[in-house]
Design a protein. Structure first.
Length: 289
């Protein structure tokens, strides 16, 4: 009889504990897997009309800083330059951007404008460390877009600004025309599928000395990163890392990782305007697009 009563109380305690926890499993951060409830997400949105297509879609309410813009960097030179379709953090020492960020909508994936490679030009808004086309001439490296021209066929000014050298890094041709281009096209497909996504990409520099090109000693990155956030439906995010060489796998998701990992490698705080409850979950998990 005593054994039966003891078992009853143990079982009751387990049931109460389960109910108190809401019957929810937790991830490695101690956060509930469904802690991003749909009601809290819906409250972040407003309804807008796409100026390019006229389509009506949901879009995140703007806070003090655009969602795609990372937090100010610590101990790293940066000049923030805002363009029509992207924001760049330019580093006067490395002569390349620390990062480039943009909000890619489904409307921005359309358009009839064609790119012209002779549009590459120096950025007159840079007062120190301004790069010119001569720095890339005969260097053996492509002028690699961070925010791609292909995301900006909807507007001539937006397209032209992607050819500013504050949006460019020295990139191996096989990467630029191969896996990196594949990822750019995948981002456009995801923007069309979900309505909009937020993207940040840039160089990932190793410690120590770096190879440079040109008279102004433009730093050649050893790797590149790209992080993507989607806030439609259930929020999700994913990061990618590519080596700046010709040996990258063509299997895109073999380069995938979490945003937390890329933050650790770069020292960049991505999506700081996102509510902490959502940011902690999406940056720790590799989302599926």
């Amino acid at each position: 009889m005593k054994k039966t009563v003891y078992s009853f109380f143990v079982l009751t305690g387990i049931i109460c504990l389960f109910v108190a926890c809401g019957g929810k499993s937790t991830n490695t951060n101690g956060l509930s897997n469904d802690s991003i409830d749909q009601e809290s997400v819906e409250g972040l949105y407003t309804t807008v009309t796409d100026p390019v297509t006229g389509e009506v879609r949901k879009e995140l309410r703007q806070k003090s800083m655009p969602l795609e813009q990372p937090a100010p960097m610590k101990g790293v030179p940066e000049q923030i330059l805002k363009r029509k379709s992207y924001i760049t953090s330019y580093n006067k020492d490395t002569k390349i951007p620390n990062w480039v960020a943009w909000h890619l909508t489904s409307g921005h994936t359309r358009g009839n404008l064609q790119r012209h490679d002779n549009l590459f030009h120096e950025d007159m808004d840079v007062t120190t460390g301004r790069v010119t086309d001569d720095d890339y001439y005969n260097s053996g490296y492509d002028r690699g877009h961070m925010c791609p021209a292909g995301d900006n066929k909807w507007d001539q000014k937006a397209m032209n600004e992607t050819f500013l050298f504050t949006n460019i890094c020295p990139q191996i041709h096989a990467l630029n025309e191969g896996p990196w281009n594949d990822l750019e096209m995948a981002c456009r497909r995801w923007a069309q599928k979900y309505g909009d996504i937020y993207i940040v990409c840039g160089p990932l520099l190793s410690e120590g000395l770096h190879r440079t090109i040109g008279k102004r000693r433009v730093v050649v990155p050893e790797r590149f990163f790209k992080v993507i956030l989607c806030m439609q439906d259930k929020p999700k995010a994913i990061g990618f890392i590519y080596d700046n060489n010709s040996r990258n796998s063509n299997k895109m998701f073999s380069h995938a990782t979490t945003i937390d990992e890329i933050e650790r490698l770069t020292g960049i705080d991505f999506f700081p305007s996102l509510e902490d409850k959502i940011e902690n979950v999406v940056e720790a998990e590799r989302g599926y697009f």
